[in-house]
Design a protein around this ligand. Structure first.
Ligand code: SF4
Length: 334
C-alpha cells in the first residue's frame, strides 16, 4: 500500500485493548495442542475464529477445516469453533462416535445455558443478534421453537408474542453496546415484564474494544480497524468509531489500506478485532510509521482474563499416552 499523503501523518493512536481476547486465545491453543497430541488428521468445523490469517496459519500446521460434520470421517478428532454449535451438531458428532474437542468460548456457553434455562421455564426468548452469524445459529439451536432473532429496535415494533407476561431476552456476545441498549430499551417499553440475564451477554472483550476505539476516535482523522469482514466484533468497531463522527475502515491487513483514505489525515487511529493477530497490527504500524509519525497507545482498561482448556483435550491426550505441552503465553502484546 502507499501511505503517502498530501501532509505527512503526525501521530498514530493505538487503541488498547485491541486484538485477541481470551476466548480466541483459548480456541487457537486448543487447535495447536490437539495437533500436538492427537494423531492426524485433526478436523475443525467452521473457522475456529473469524480471521483468515489465523485459519491459514493453523491449516499450515495440519488442521483440516470443514463446513459440516459429514466431511469428517468416522473415528476422527473434530474441534468445534469458538462461536459455539447447536445441540443438533453435538448430537450428530456423538452419534457418529467422533472424538470431539469443544473450543466454544465459555462466554458463549453462558448464553446457551441461559437459553436452556429460559426455554425450560417456558419463556419466549428474544435473541438479539445477527441471524446468519455462527454464534446465533448455535444459540438458536438450543430452543428453536421458543426463540425469535431480532437485530434492531425497529424490529421490536413488529414483534408479536403469544404471552407478553413470559418473555426473556438474550444477546449475541459481540454486538454494539450502544445499539443493543437501544434494542433492550425498546423491548422493555413494549414488554414491561421482560426479563434478561443479570449481567450483559455482550462479552468483556467486545465492551473493552468498543470503549477503547470510542476513546480514540474523537481525536483522530481516520480509524483503521484490522479484522475480517465476517467478524462481528470487528465490524462493530467500525460502527462505534463512525458514531463519534470519524471515518473508519475495516481492513483484513496492511494490503487493504487505500492511500486516498489517508489523504490529508494527520492523526490515524488503529485498532483490531478480537480475532485479529497482533502481527497484523504491527505490519500496519510499520507501514504508517514510515513517514516518521509518533505512536501513542491509549488504553482504557487492562485485561487479565484467561479461560481453562476443555477437559476432553486432556482426556484425549491421556488416552493416547501423551501429555499436553504447557500452554503458550497469551499472544497479546499489551
Ligand atoms: S469475543 Fe468474547 S465471546 Fe467471543 S471468543 Fe472473545 S471473549 Fe469469547
Amino acid at each position: 500500500m502507499a501511505t503517502r499523503t498530501t501532509s505527512p501523518i503526525a501521530e498514530i493512536v493505538l487503541a488498547g485493548p485491541r486484538g485477541f481476547c481470551a476466548g480466541v486465545e483459548r480456541a487457537i491453543d486448543i487447535v495447536e495442542l490437539a495437533l500436538s497430541v492427537c494423531p492426524p488428521p485433526v478436523y475443525v468445523r467452521k473457522e475456529i475464529v473469524h480471521n483468515r490469517h489465523v485459519v491459514e496459519d493453523l491449516r499450515t500446521k495440519g488442521a483440516i477445516f470443514v463446513d459440516e460434520l459429514d466431511e469428517v470421517p468416522d473415528d476422527a478428532t473434530v474441534i468445534f469453533s469458538a462461536h459455539g454449535i447447536s445441540p443438533e451438531v453435538r448430537a450428530e458428532a456423538r452419534g457418529r462416535g467422533l472424538h470431539v474437542i469443544d473450543a466454544t468460548c465459555p462466554l458463549v456457553t453462558k448464553v446457551h445455558l441461559e437459553a436452556i434455562r429460559y426455554a425450560r421455564e417456558s419463556y419466549t426468548i428474544i435473541l438479539i443478534g445477527h441471524a446468519d452469524h455462527d454464534e446465533v445459529i448455535g444459540t438458536l439451536g438450543e430452543a428453536p421453537d421458543r426463540m425469535v432473532v431480532i437485530d434492531s429496535a425497529e424490529e421490536v415494533d413488529r414483534l408479536e408474542v403469544s404471552n407478553p407476561e413470559k418473555i426473556a431476552y438474550l444477546t449475541q456476545t459481540t454486538l454494539s453496546v450502544d445499539d443493543t441498549r437501544d434494542v433492550i430499551d425498546a423491548l422493555r417499553r413494549k414488554f414491561p415484564k421482560i426479563v434478561g440475564p443479570s449481567r450483559d451477554d455482550i462479552c468483556y472483550a467486545t465492551q473493552n474494544r468498543q470503549a477503547a476505539v470510542k476513546n480514540i476516535a474523537g481525536e483522530v482523522d481516520v480509524v483503521l480497524v484490522i479484522g475480517a469482514t465476517n467478524s462481528s466484533n470487528a465490524n462493530r468497531l467500525v460502527e462505534v468509531a463512525e458514531t463519534v463522527g470519524t471515518r473508519a475502515y475495516l481492513i483484513n491487513d496492511v494490503r487493504d489500506i487505500r492511500s486516498e483514505w489517508l489523504a490529508g489525515a494527520r492523526r490515524i487511529g488503529v485498532t483490531a478485532g478480537a480475532s485479529t493477530p497482533e502481527v497484523l497490527v504491527t505490519e500496519v504500524m510499520d507501514a504508517l510509521h514510515r513517514d516518521g509519525a509518533t505512536v501513542r497507545e491509549v488504553r482504557v482498561v487492562d485485561e487479565d482474563v484467561r479461560f481453562a482448556l476443555p477437559q476432553e483435550l486432556e482426556q484425549l491426550a491421556r488416552q493416547r499416552g501423551a501429555t499436553l505441552p504447557s500452554r503458550p503465553t497469551p499472544r497479546q502484546s499489551l
